[in-house]
Design a protein. Structure first.
Length: 126
């Protein structure tokens, strides 16, 4: 079975190692994609990812992993199946519990940090 293709730019490689300065603003300024996800670094058994988002992701879930979103710029809306949507403004965060079906969306260019386990697939479990 082949992996489903999504119209998102997702980089799973580690961009930075320990003891390296991470310049998020420089990455944001260079980005021309509407839905960009880059793994920045690894911290113990987790990764920190940068999302530069505009538009909608698809409905998905992660059976075994929680997912943390922290908004730096813009507005991130996380639609939750069967519950009210969560709106995150700058300096606000939210943990989507494992197994919860959700859909992130950003009505305007939004910059977020995500903290997830190293093995998580951003597009969700098949």
């Amino acid at each position: 079975m082949s992996a489903k293709k999504y119209p998102y730019v997702t980089h799973m490689n580690l961009l930075y190692g320990c003891s390296q300065l991470i310049d998020v603003q420089a990455l944001v300024e260079k980005c021309t994609d509407r839905w960009y996800n880059q793994t920045l670094c690894e911290v113990n058994d987790s990764v920190v990812r940068l999302g530069i988002l505009q538009g909608e992701y698809h409905w998905h879930k992660h059976e075994k992993e929680d997912e943390f979103f922290f908004t730096l710029e813009g507005k991130l809306i996380i639609d939750i199946e069967g519950a009210a949507s969560v709106e995150l403004y700058p300096w606000q965060g939210y943990v989507v519990p494992k197994g919860v079906v959700h859909k992130p969306r950003a009505p305007l260019k939004t910059v977020v940090l995500m903290v997830e386990s190293t093995g998580i697939m951003p597009t969700g479990d098949a």
